[in-house]
Write a protein that binds this ligand. Structure first.
Ligand code: DX5
Ligand code: ZN
Length: 220
């Protein structure tokens, strides 16, 4: 398959006091989406930002905003993130009691819905949700922090999710998130990923040459 691999830089590792310039730089460097990691200090052991930042990003860039909610419950906040301008909202099945309702609510705002699988969550947790989603996000680290190491055993899970998507006959994006860098991206792509999140590998690079990192991550 030679389709375009989407790169979604995670602003978690960006210089937050220069966020505008940081977003502009990855946009100019060919990023496809902007990955916004929302954390509540409850579902994950870290706290980041909320709809207010998404709205500010929306005013600033035309790139699709890929909003990853690591909050529990997510449902009370879906409307705020959608109205702030998220193009895609991804939620975790273990973060809400009625996850199907959450996915339907996301879709009701005319935006894309994604479902994320932590390393400890089996694919069976989302099998019945396949007709309702536009993206599956496979976590290759335990969520909460940028700069963690890719868990190699998750490559096989990416492959299994690829089979699930292919058998569904639906157009579902397969995004991989956590520890993606020049060493690990090829395995994720070979296993069937169509979109890669990268925080430290892009924003953490000492030379700030985002274009070479983004191009190299795609493997071309
Ligand atoms: C982890 C977040 C990731 C993270 C990725 O909790 O969901 O999106 O920012 O960062 P890197 O690429 O540094 O692992
Ligand atoms: Zn993320």
């Amino acid at each position: 398959m030679t389709s375009h691999i989407k790169i979604s830089p995670s602003i978690l590792s960006a210089d937050i006091l220069n966020l505008g310039a940081e977003v502009q730089a990855v946009a100019a460097a060919g990023a496809d989406w902007i990955h916004v990691d929302v954390m509540d200090g409850r579902y994950v052991p870290n706290i980041t930002y909320g709809p207010h930042l998404v709205a500010a990003l929306r005013r600033f860039t035309d790139l699709p905003l890929d909003v990853h909610l690591m909050i529990s419950p997510a449902q009370p906040h879906i409307k705020a993130f959608a109205e702030a301008g998220a193009n895609l909202i991804t939620v975790h099945p273990d973060a809400d009691t009625h996850i199907h309702r959450v996915l339907c609510e996301i879709k009701s705002y005319g935006i894309k819905a994604g479902i994320a699988l932590n390393p400890g969550v089996p694919i069976t947790a989302i099998e019945t949700l396949v007709p309702f989603i536009d993206l599956i996000l496979v976590m290759t680290v335990n969520p909460g922090f940028g700069g963690q190491a890719y868990i190699p055993e998750m490559t096989n899970k990416i492959r299994q999710v690829r089979h699930l998507i292919n058998h569904s006959g639906r157009e579902i994006e397969l995004e991989v998130d956590g520890g993606i860098n020049l060493e690990t991206a090829p395995s994720a792509i070979a296993a069937g990923a169509t979109a890669l999140v990268a925080g430290a590998a892009i924003y953490g690079a000492a030379d700030k040459d985002y274009q070479s990192k983004i191009t190299a991550l795609r493997g071309k």
